[in-house]
Structure formats: C-alpha cells, structure tokens
Ligand binder design. Structure first.
Ligand code: CP
Ligand code: NVA
Length: 300
C-alpha cells in the first residue's frame, strides 16, 4: 500500500510539492465554488492545545470542499485516559480519511504518523507550525510577488514559528534573518539543517541589522502555549518588540506579519499590528485557502 501523504513539516516535503500546494490554494481562493473534490471524506481533528484559527479554518475548508470533520478534544477521548497514540492512530484510520493533530511534543505527531494509514496533518507542535507558514508565504506573495530571493526578518522568540520560517526559507529559497535573545534561539539542529541544505539563514541579537531593508518583518507571541510567562522572559524579549521605529528600518514597501494570537504592547505595538503595513487579517484568511490546498494534496 502506498504511504499516506502526511503534512508534518516543511523540511520533510520537497519544494515542488509545497509550490503545488500553494498553487492549489490560490486556485481554491480564486474559485470559491470550484466543486467538491473532498465529497464523502471525513477528517478527525484532535486538539491537545487551544485553537481558534486552525480549528475553524480547517473545518470550513473541509466543508467547502465537500467533506466533513470530527473535532476531538483529547481530554474527552481515551487518549486523555492514557490510550496510546499508536492505538488511536490505527483505530481512527479505520474510520476517517485524514487526521489533524495539534499537540505539544513533535514526537507525538511523528508517532501518530508512523501508525496511521491515512494522512496526518500537523496543526502545530512545540517544534513547528507548517500550515501557518504556508498561509504566510501565500500572503507574502499576494502582496509582494515571488518570495524567492527576498528578505524576511524575524524578531523575537526562536519558537515553533521561527523554526517553521527556517524550513520555509530553505524550501522557498528566500533569505531569513532571525534576531532572538541568546536564551531564546531556535534549536541549533534546525539551523544546522538549514545550512546543510544551503539555506540563507542568519541568527543574531542585532535586531536593527536583521530588519534593515527587509521585505517582511515577522514576530510571534513571547509566551507560546504551555510556556511559563515569567517577567524575566518579557524583559529579555522587550528589545525585540516590533514598533514603528523598527518597521522604519525595513524596506519602504515592507509588510508586517504575525500568525496570531497577538499581545499588543508585548511582541508588537498596536500601531504596527493595526497599521497600514500589517497584513495579519489576510494572513489569517489565507489559513482557509492554504488548508484547502493541503487537504487536496493529502487526500489527492
Ligand atoms: N495561528 C494559529 O494557529 O492560531 P490558533 O491558535 O487560533 O489556531
Ligand atoms: N508560538 C505560538 C503560536 C500560536 C499559533 C504558540 O505555540 O503558542
């Protein structure tokens, strides 16, 4: 039997395939009533962490493509009582055509994918958030044209979103300049992977240098789900806040992106996120279209 088409991280999928998914997404966005290719298909979505965008956009995407979803809060399933992920994977694979998981440890997602006989989609782990960055690349390209050869600056925590941007830089061939405090660097293994793949990814503590002339400035919450929200952490990250002065160093046409949810006054000022360069609402909308592309590819 052919291996299911899992969507686990951008690093594990070829550039051409990611481009194909974005093309599908753009097609679905252009033609909202473009048929019901997933008629009769059902996806289970398991949430071990909260979600607004991922949950609603996947559910709407699936329905608009003719399919159905079953949403499972893991605490209300036998997973919450200790049934193994591998057994859950094997059982759900007998009922549904795809499984989306939002969880903590990436290893749980990998285990699900190892044992599922249907496609598994990463709805966010502590390590990465690939569905989000597909929507982000789509948004960048809608506003500024092809992302290849362009410059994206990341300012803030080297978290799951930062790791996904690192993978995207390699797969979509753009320059990524990360500015993160020393204790909040992205995992060394992700940076080594990017270098080994020939990616143009730099990381340092000079925020101004990272943002200078960039086409796009991105940040994310200082406190990801499951992390401790200490005062020390906020102090460490304060110099990385995206404000008007920092945006002023980027290219004149630069856009601002944030996956949301945002904390105005922490990682970004109100004037930036609600200002003219912010494309965060397009970015949120594009989750819907990007998810259609991902679903169509996985269930192809
Ligand atoms: N950006 C994102 O994944 O949002 P949710 O946590 O609301 O799904
Ligand atoms: N880094 C954030 C992203 C939320 C979509 C988190 O993991 O909480």
């Amino acid at each position: 039997m052919a291996e299911p088409r899992h969507f686990l991280d951008l690093g594990g999928i070829e550039s051409g395939t990611l481009r194909e998914i974005l093309d599908l997404a753009a097609g679905f966005k252009r033609d909202r009533d473009g048929g019901r290719p997933l008629d009769g298909k059902t996806m289970a979505m398991i949430f071990e962490q909260p979600s607004t965008r991922t949950r609603v956009s996947f559910e709407v995407a699936m329905r608009q493509l003719g399919g159905e979803v079953i949403v499972l809060e893991s605490a209300g399933t036998q997973l919450g009582r200790g049934e193994t992920i591998s057994d859950t994977a094997r059982v759900l694979s007998r009922y549904v055509d795809a499984i989306m998981l939002r969880t903590t440890a990436d290893e749980k997602l990998r285990e699900l994918a190892r044992h599922a006989t249907v496609p598994v989609i990463n709805g966010l782990t502590d390590r990465c958030h690939p569905c989000q960055v597909m929507a982000d690349v789509m948004t960048f390209e809608e506003h500024l044209g092809p992302i290849a050869g362009r410059v994206v600056a990341w300012s803030g925590d080297g978290n799951n979103m930062a790791t996904t941007w690192i993978q995207a830089a390699v797969r979509f061939d753009f320059d990524l300049r990360l500015a993160c405090p020393e204790p909040c660097l992205p995992p060394a293994a992700e940076l080594e992977w990017a270098r080994a793949e020939g990616g143009r990814v730099t990381v340092g503590q000079d925020v101004q240098a990272a943002v200078e002339g960039a086409d796009c400035v991105v940040t994310d919450t200082w406190v990801s789900m499951g992390q401790e929200a200490g005062a020390e952490r906020r102090e460490l990250l304060a110099p990385y806040r995206v404000d008007d002065r920092l945006m002023g160093l980027a290219a004149a046409h630069a856009i601002f992106m944030h996956c949301l949810p945002a904390r105005r006054g922490e990682e970004v000022t109100e004037s930036v996120i609600d200002g003219p360069r912010s494309v965060v609402w397009d970015e949120a909308e594009n989750r819907l279209h990007a998810h259609k592309g991902i679903l169509a590819w996985c269930l192809g």
